[in-house]
Design a protein around this ligand. Structure first.
Ligand code: PXL
Length: 282
């Protein structure tokens, strides 16, 4: 019998606003993956566009959770980290990877810390250096263009982009130490929007696009990274996984645009899950 795959997802829980764990858990579960979670903080909402959100830091709980899991001899097919609230949390995730990684474990790091050319409100510039260190422990990293520019020291530019800039970012990302990188928020003209992927032995990036929709849709980076990981864990190639992730993300944006909801409230990815499951062949 095929063994069910198991992932450990280490992100915050933003109670309202659909991102981080409230996106990762349903998407991975829908893809048939058992998902253990480590909530790094509990916030009333995410920090994008909301003020007065509550923030309870759970750093002190993480190492005891890890120790308990180790005593149970748990192992993971994937470790998936996203938004992390402090330097200490980054260093704990590095330790988590060392403690739980086997030869088959896929470590995906989403260096969720910035967008639109700026760090999220809760971060200061030195955090970027810390995140670089975590990326070195990953197999696969999934930044947006802002994060990629910060991590590689390239100047941040607004699109439309040139292929040479995207390729420079991707090569810079791989030089941090990961074997594969997928860059989100890539567009070369007003009609299309998507992702570029590169593996360390690839001669050129691979691109996947969907129709471009204007506006900043919150949580789409988490929808994308979660779907990408779900597809990789179901045995899809990096390119196929990027296609599946772009389709779920774009469909979620289109549904949300049609509904006209507040963009801070997150995207309607839930109604895209049946098609996502079909795309995975499940
Ligand atoms: O989607 C990334 C994310 C995750 N968690 C929190 C955030 C954000 C982005 O703003 O604020 C708390």
């Amino acid at each position: 019998m095929k063994r069910q795959k198991r992932a450990a997802a280490i992100h915050d829980i933003s109670c309202f606003g659909k991102c981080s764990l409230t996106v990762a858990l349903p998407i991975l579960s829908a893809a048939g993956i058992e998902t253990a979670v480590i909530p790094t903080a509990v916030l009333s909402t995410h920090t994008g566009g909301f003020t007065d959100f509550t923030y309870r830091d759970l750093t002190a709980d993480i190492r005891p959770i890890m120790a308990h899991w180790k005593s149970l001899k748990l192992d993971f097919d994937a470790v998936y980290s996203g938004y992390l609230g402090s330097f200490e949390q980054v260093s704990i995730v590095k330790d988590f990877i060392k403690m739980f990684r086997s030869d088959e474990t896929l470590v995906l790091v989403d260096p969720a810390m910035a967008d639109g050319g700026q760090l999220y409100k809760t971060f200061e510039p030195p955090f970027v250096e810390e995140m670089k260190g975590l990326c070195a422990h990953a197999d696969l990293i999934v930044p947006n263009i802002t994060e990629a520019a910060m991590l590689t020291g390239e100047t941040y530019r607004d699109g439309p982009y040139e292929k040479a800039y995207i390729e420079r970012l991707l090569r810079g990302l791989l030089s941090l130490g990961a074997r594969q990188a997928v860059l989100t928020g890539v567009w070369f003209d007003e009609r299309q929007y998507g992702a570029a992927s590169l593996g360390c032995s690839d001669s050129a990036p691979h691109y996947v696009f969907s129709p471009r929709v204007d506006g900043f849709y919150h949580g789409t980076g988490d929808v994308f990274a979660s779907a990408l990981l779900a597809a990789r864990m179901n045995g899809r190639s990096l390119e196929d996984s990027a296609r599946i992730a772009v389709d779920l993300t774009c469909g979620s944006i289109l549904r949300t645009k049609a509904a006209g909801t507040d963009l801070r409230f997150g995207v309607n990815f839930e109604e895209g899950l049946p098609a996502f499951i079909r795309a995975l062949g499940l």
